[in-house]
Design a protein. Structure first.
Ligand SMILES: Cc1cc2nc3c(=O)[nH]c(=O)nc-3n(C[C@H](O)[C@H](O)[C@H](O)COP(=O)(O)OP(=O)(O)OC[C@H]3O[C@@H](n4cnc5c(N)ncnc54)[C@H](O)[C@@H]3O)c2cc1C
Ligand code: FES
Length: 275
């Protein structure tokens, strides 16, 4: 893989502000880069700084799409910019989801909050080769209904019978809603596993969300019978260089930026303190 040390100049092409403080940015690059699902780039704002961010779309090429939460100094500066503003994009970095491992198998995606962004890129990649994977089930936990990312898209796919969607929300002012295509419950995303009908022995799982999600769900999936070699999670660490040079991201002796951020549960079990 070629690693770019110079940011590629890019402009903000579109900002979708449907979900407060979790805007979907589309950037147009002056030259194409290929960012696979699960990989990330360093997005820089001239005169302000840079931060790592995952691709939320597949394939990319001349555009790069990311769902970005307003978190602190640099992301707040991005939120002050309008369409047409200049930024820089350096990457791609890291190891993404091993797409070959999904071929011929059913797929279980488990997302918590903003973790839906990298899983959307994975979902798009899998749907691009629809004949190569079996049933796709998405379990997606959010704080509240208004915080659900890509809701129109996901419900469109569910209504078309392309994927099955199960939402959970921490709280809602109205009773959770359900249709023939998707259901929503109040509770934790892990609770959606309880009565889920699927075939663990032929399933590959991908999990993305806050650290609290990993603590229980990864081993739950293994207990249900999914091979730990086929349960993937993406780790988030404070990153800087992205190429295994600065040591900011080192966890249990591993460079999360270059050896991850996607690891299998079998690998994570050998990295104490990683989850
Ligand atoms: C591989 C990777 C992929 C990521 N993908 C996305 C994405 O798709 N969308 C998105 O919105 N964000 C993503 N992030 C997180 C994003 O990089 C941080 O939110 C960003 O660095 C915040 O920068 P800031 O200058 O605005 O905030 P800062 O001022 O640096 O920090 C604001 C607050 O966030 C905390 N924080 C900052 N970075 C991290 C981090 N990496 N992990 C935990 N806490 C952190 C700080 O401790 C502080 O409390 C990703 C991070 C990594 C490592
Ligand atoms: S971010 Fe520098 S070594 Fe990983």
């Amino acid at each position: 893989m070629m690693v770019a040390f110079q940011p590629v100049p890019a402009v903000i092409e579109a900002i979708d502000k449907k979900v407060a403080d979790n805007h979907l940015f589309t950037f147009r690059l002056s030259e194409s880069i290929s960012v696979a699902p699960g990989q990330f780039v360093e997005l820089s704002i001239p005169g302000v700084g840079a931060f790592p961010v995952s691709t939320a779309a597949h394939p990319g090429g001349a555009t790069f799409q990311a769902c970005i939460r307003r978190a602190g100094r640099v992301t707040a500066a991005l939120y002050r910019l309008d369409e047409g503003a200049n930024v820089g994009i350096r990457g791609p970095f890291g190891q993404g989801f091993p797409l070959a491992a999904f071929a011929g198998r059913d797929v279980l995606l488990v997302a918590g909050g903003l973790g839906m962004a990298p899983l959307r890129a994975l979902l798009q990649a899998l749907l691009g080769e629809r004949g190569r994977v079996g049933e796709i089930i998405l379990l997606y936990g959010s704080r509240e209904p208004d915080a659900i990312l890509f809701r129109d898209e996901l419900e469109g796919l569910a209504a078309a019978g392309t994927i099955k969607v199960r939402y959970s929300v921490d709280f809602a002012t109205e009773l959770p809603w359900s249709t023939d295509a998707y259901v929503c419950r109040i509770g934790l995303v892990t609770e959606l596993l309880r009565d889920l009908r699927f075939a663990p022995a032929q399933t590959v799982a991908a999990v993305c969300g806050p650290p609290s999600l990993y603590g229980c769900v990864l081993e739950d999936l293994a207990r249900l019978g999914i091979d730990p070699e086929r349960i993937y999670a993406t780790l988030e660490r404070r990153m800087q260089c992205g190429v295994g040079q600065c040591c900011h991201c080192v966890t249990a002796g591993v460079f999360v930026c270059s050896q991850g951020p996607v690891f299998s549960l079998a690998e994570l079990r050998r990295l104490p303190g990683s989850i």
